[in-house]
Write a protein that binds this ligand. Sequence first.
Ligand SMILES: [Zn+2]
Length: 67
Amino acid sequence: VKLDIPDSELMAEKLGMVVLCANCGRRLEQVGRLGTWKHEDSKLGYCSDRVSKANPSSSYAKPRKLP
Ligand SMILES: [Zn+2]
């Protein structure tokens, strides 16, 4: 999947300031200390309203790389 992530976001990620989603490229924030993630804007774990039934985990917040 080709993500359209702004350079500024990629730079912030590189600097360890933000965590971006591997599936949708949006910013993530960690939920508690359990290692789960949600999207910063929607406050939801899922990337979109339309979740793939065949592969639900592919549409769930997943860090591109951990801080
Ligand atoms: Zn996502």
